[in-house]
Design a protein around this ligand. Structure first.
Ligand SMILES: Cc1ncc(COP(=O)(O)O)c(C=O)c1O
Length: 424
């Protein structure tokens, strides 16, 4: 690999000035790194469980853009890895990405940090809520429950409604829940994991109007913000208007887009100086991960941008493959449209297997590791809550051959169960 100097004062851009045509290979199966949660899990005796391709973890399995390794190599060449302060080149990379990908002009002062997005949500709740407050989540949803209850707050579900196979927000219920004086925040998931929605401008503005009128702060988890299928467009919540920016924070990272979760580094964009002050008071103890910063610089490049576009296109074809395979072989199964994320949401209620059991049943029966709908109930205080009943989530952010394997396993399970039910 050619030697590249890491200039702390400039945006990391190995292809500056070059007019390259980028073509990436998403079919190659990458090395199964030791301890990589997507590939290998160890049992509690430290024994490796074999054949453990998991479709349950929200992480892609693609060969990443080369600029990530280039930035890491360049940074490691400077062998000093002591406490790191954030350098101008890093801020330039982050701002460049916001501007070129989303048309969002971010002020350097807004860019705060957290180890993971989870930590960021938890610290934001500490900053803007008091113990005993209500925090709204739109269920079924990736579990923020612990981030909320850890701070002594209550989870208030605002269930999404399915209309003609597409999830929408229930604004009437949202208004009711926001008007409770004990409700002080909402954790919005945008794009939404697991239902795959990319919220439109109109939907976001309607939510913003209700929240702002009721003085409810919007903590917008945008960890999947890059993974958006054409023609949908992701809109960072705080970019909607200067007023909305004062009532919201955007949390994101390269973790979902580029599979970099283990570098434990995320961004929290806070435009409101008062809220930022409170957040920084909560967050003051956390240090920066030298390599986490370098990865951001390596990802947020021209090559990284081209990689994201092609990755989304490839992943969408994986989704179409799975959807068509289901239609041909398991006609009662259906999928919500994948507008964003690499996590199709599949209705398998015809199998008549309780939500709490389907994950184990699929693993035991055909060795398929997925996430069940019950995992996304949002309100873990209420074991009866199950807004994701009848659904499973299956990760297709992977080489097509894996999607083919998963689809075949799903068909095997379907055939077995339909026979048991006397339907075949
Ligand atoms: C929407 C969403 N937010 C947050 C997280 C957790 O992110 P992190 O690992 O950065 O805490 C995930 C992980 O799957 C996610 O899907």
């Amino acid at each position: 690999m050619e030697k590249i100097v890491f200039d702390y004062n400039k945006r990391f851009e190995p292809d500056e000035g070059a007019d390259r045509d980028y073509t990436f290979d998403f079919d190659t199966i990458i090395d199964k790194g030791i301890g990589h949660a997507t590939w290998r899990c160890y049992d509690k005796d430290g024994k490796l469980e074999e054949d453990n391709i998991s479709y349950s973890v929200a992480e892609s399995k693609y060969l990443p853009p080369s600029t990530i390794a280039k930035a890491l190599h360049a940074r490691i060449d400077n062998v000093h890895i002591g406490y790191e302060s954030i350098y101008p080149g890093y801020y330039e990379s982050v701002k460049w990405w916001c501007r070129t990908r989303f048309g969002w002009d971010v002020d350097t002062s807004w860019i705060c940090h957290s180890p993971g997005v989870h930590d960021g949500i938890q610290m934001m709740i500490q900053a803007v809520c008091q113990p005993g407050d209500n925090v709204i989540v739109q269920t079924p949803i990736y579990c923020f429950w612990g981030d909320i209850t850890h701070e002594g707050c209550h989870v208030l579900p605002n269930e999404l409604v399915l209309k003609n196979g597409r999830y929408e927000m229930d604004y009437e219920d949202l208004e009711k829940k926001c008007s409770d004086p004990k409700t002080t925040a909402i954790v919005l998931c945008s794009p939404h994991n697991p239902v795959g929605r990319v919220w439109t401008r109109e939907e976001l503005l309607k939510l913003a109007d209700i929240c702002i009128r009721n003085n409810v702060f919007i903590i917008s988890d945008e960890n999947h913000w890059d993974i958006v299928m054409k023609p949908h467009k992701h809109i960072p919540f705080s970019s909607l208007s200067p007023e909305i920016a004062m009532h919201s924070a955007v949390l994101t990272s390269t973790a979902k887009s580029f599979a970099t979760a283990a570098l434990i580094h995320s961004q929290v964009y806070i435009a409101n100086p008062e809220v930022r002050k409170k957040y920084l008071k909560v967050q003051y103890m956390s240090y920066r991960n030298v390599f986490g910063l370098a990865v951001v610089c390596g990802a947020y490049t021209k090559e990284g941008s081209a990689w994201i576009d092609q990755m989304c296109e490839y992943t969408y074809h994986n989704f179409v493959y799975l959807r068509d395979f289901c239609a041909q072989n398991m006609p009662e199964f259906w999928l919500t449209e994948l507008e964003g994320t690499y996590l199709p949401w599949i209705n398998v209620e015809v199998l008549q297997i309780p939500s709490k059991e389907i994950k184990k049943w699929l693993d035991d029966t055909v060795g398929l590791k997925i996430q069940d709908g019950y995992f996304f109930r949002g309100n873990y205080d209420d074991p009866e809550a199950d807004p994701g009943a009848g659904f499973i989530r299956l990760n297709v952010g992977c080489p097509r051959s894996f999607v083919v394997t998963a689809a075949e396993k799903l068909k095997k399970a379907y055939d077995i169960r339909m026979k048991e039910l006397g339907k075949k």
